[in-house]
Design a binder for this molecule. Sequence first.
Ligand code: DWN
Length: 395
Amino acid sequence: MRNLIEFLDLGLQPLANNYLSNNQKLKKEKKYRLKVLFNKKTKMVSIKNTFSSKIMFNNKYPYRSSMSLTMINSFKKLSLEIKKKYKPKRILEIGSNDGSFIKNFDKKRVVGIEPCSNIEKITKKKGFDTYAEYWTPHLAKKLHKKYSKIDLIYSANTITHIKNLDDVFKSILLILSKEGTLIIEDPSLLECLKNNTYDQFYNEHIYVFSLIALEKILIKYNLIIFKVENLEIHGGSTRYFIKRKDSKLRIDNSVKIQKRKEINFGLNKVSAYKLFAKRVLKNKKMLIKIFTKLKYRKKKIIGYGATAKSTTILNYCNIDNNYISYFLDTTEDKQKKLTPGTKIPIVKYHKKLLKNIDYIFLGAWNFKKEIFNKEKRFISRGGKFILHTPMPKII
Ligand code: DWN
C-alpha cells in the first residue's frame, strides 16, 4: 500500500455508460469517487474504486465500435497486416464488440469473445463463432478443447477493462501457440498525460497502460513485447505485439524507443503525475469559464458523441443540461436517453439538428478528423467546436 500514490481526484461520478431512460430521471444514480493511483513499484496507473464486470459489461451495454469509420478502417488495416505478416490459421478476439474486427476474416478462422450478450448477438447472427462470456481460464480451456492452440490473439480496448490481469494472461497462456502472437491495443498513458485527456479515466478503464508497466506484468508469464505501434485512434493508443519468451520472433527497435519516450516524460516518477493533476485542475477551470461565457451570451450549445469519456468531463466540471441542450449520437441504444449524472438528452443524429447551433462540445473528440470532415457545412457557416484537449479551446 505504501507504493500507491493517489494523484488525481475526479470527484463523484456515475457509471460512464449508464445512460438513463426518462423514467429513471428522478431516481438516485449509483455514484462512486473517481480517484486515480500510481504504483511506484509496478509503475501501473489504475483507478481506486472498481466495479464488478457483471455491473459494467452485461446485456445492456450500449457501446458499438462500428459507429466510427475511423475504427472500421483501423481494424481493416490491421487485419490486412495480420493476414500478410502472421498468416494465422486461427484468430481469437477478446472483446469483439459488434464484430468490426472479426468481420475482416474468414468465418471459419475466427472466434470472438464478447460478454455483453446484446452486442455479441449481432456478430453471432452473421454466422461468426462468438461466446457471450468473460475471458477466464475456464473459457480458455473450453476453447482449447475445441480449437487446440491459437496462433493469433487480438484484443482492443478490453484488457484495461479487466481487473484481474493475472487471470487474463494465465488464460492467454493456456491457448496461445508456441510461436503465436498476442496483439493488444489500448489508450496510451503517455498520450493521456501529454494531452491532458483525463477523461480516459472512468469506471471501465481500470488501468491505463504504459509499456513500462505492462512489461512488468507480462514478464511474470514469460511474455515479451516485441513491437510497439503508436496509433492516433482514441486520442492516442498503443498497440503492443507480444510473444512467448522462447518464440523466435525478433525484438523490434520500437520497443526501446517507446520505453525511452515514456521514461523521458517521467512515467516512472510520481512528479509527472502530480504535474498532470495540476494541469487537469486548470483544464477544468478553463472549460467552465468557456461554458459560462457562452451561456451568458445566450449561445446555443449542443454535444456531439455522448461518449463514456465525456461522462467524466461533464460530471467533473458540473456541465449539465443548463449548458448543453442535447447530445447527438448515432448509437441507437443511447438515443432517447440522458447522459449519466448530468441528464442531458441524447438525440438521434441528424444533420438538420445542427441548423441553429452556435457551438458543439465534442464528446467524441477522439474522432475529430472524421467529424470535422462530416460537418463541413456547420464549419463553413461559422459553427464552432469546444474541445477540452490539450487545453480547453474553441475552434
Ligand atoms: O474503451 C472503451 C471505448 C473503446 O469505447 C469503452 N470503455 C467505452 C467506449 O468509450 P467511448 O464511449 O468514450 O468511445 P468512443 O468510441 O469515443 O465513442 C464515440 C461515440 O460518439 C459513440 O457513442 C458514437 C458517437 N459518434 C457519433 O455520434 N457520430 C461517433 C462518431 C465518429 C460520429 O460521427
